[in-house]
Design a protein around this ligand. Structure first.
Ligand code: ADP
Ligand code: MG
Length: 252
């Protein structure tokens, strides 16, 4: 069965979507069949893969709330082995509509169960909140990758997120584990270096060896609707996400 990896951090702008899109694309380019599930109503991962979020027939929302089969939602992408379960603002409604549902934390897990066999890996791009949507993602997941931006408040909110992971593991999904913490948007400044040292000192081996540099190609590629490996494979950003994909595979 395919492994499910959630990319989570309740802070916005830390590199979740960039990581979800590019890790998914790099794993797929390496020959694995990958599903990227956009689980953020902002639909940034959807747009970043060149899919217009405003003209979608079915989205993850329809799979969660309207009983549409996940297979009906999934779209092909420019990367052969990569498929996308798209989202848009409709997903905001799921937050409300799922509240009254039985086993409301398990809905995404149940919907993904039907397609898990078809993929080596399913990557879930989480919204910037510790909401019911994020809980659904953590319950559906085998593991979680936590991107942290190399800036002064990098660790802010992290203990709350780790406590949520522990809570989910204790009560809802005993097999959940933290696959790794990923340092993103690293620059050659004293602050970036200091943050890196602090995070490694605090979290040790949980931190991926791969560090994602701040690289303009990573912010340009989504405006062309492409993962960075199709936009500029030689760029430091593309190379970093290829290295991350190798490290993710080696971590199991
Ligand atoms: P999140 O999903 O956590 O909100 P994003 O992945 O959308 O974060 O990143 C926030 C912004 O920073 C986006 O505009 C994105 O293009 C940009 N960005 C992310 N990672 C990098 C990077 N390593 N180098 C340069 N820009 C980046
Ligand atoms: Mg995002």
């Amino acid at each position: 069965m395919g492994r499910v990896t959630a990319i989570a951090n309740q802070k916005g702008g830390v590199g979740k979507t960039t990581t979800a899109v590019n890790l998914a694309a790099c794993l797929a380019a390496g020959g694995r069949s990958v599903l990227l599930a956009d689980f953020d109503p902002q639909g940034n991962a959807t747009q970043g893969l060149g899919v217009n979020k405003n003209t979608l027939e079915n989205t993850v929302y329809d799979a969660l709330v309207n009983g549409v089969a996940m297979e009906e939602v999934v779209l092909p992408t420019e990367v052969d082995m990569l498929r996308l379960a798209p989202s848009n603002r409709d997903l905001v409604g799921a937050e409300v509509e799922l509240v009254g549902v039985e086993r409301r934390e398990y809905v995404l897990r149940d919907r993904l169960a039907a397609v898990r066999d078809a993929y080596n890996r399913i990557i879930i791009d989480c919204p910037p909140s510790l909401s019911l949507l994020t809980l659904n993602a953590l319950v559906a997941a085998d593991d979680v990758i936590i991107p942290l931006q190399c800036e002064y408040y990098a660790l802010e909110g992290l203990s709350e997120l780790l406590q949520t992971v522990i809570l989910v593991r204790d009560k809802l999904n005993p097999s959940l584990r933290v696959l790794g913490v990923l340092l993103t948007m690293h620059q050659h400044t004293n602050l970036s270096r200091q943050v890196m040292e602090d995070v490694r000192g605090y979290l040790g081996g949980k931190v991926f060896d791969t560090v994602i540099p701040r690289n303009v190609t990573l912010s340009e590629a989504p405006s062309f609707g492409k993962p960075v490996i199709l936009y500029d494979l030689k760029s430091p950003g593309a190379q970093a996400y290829m290295a991350l994909a190798r490290e993710v595979i080696s971590r199991g």
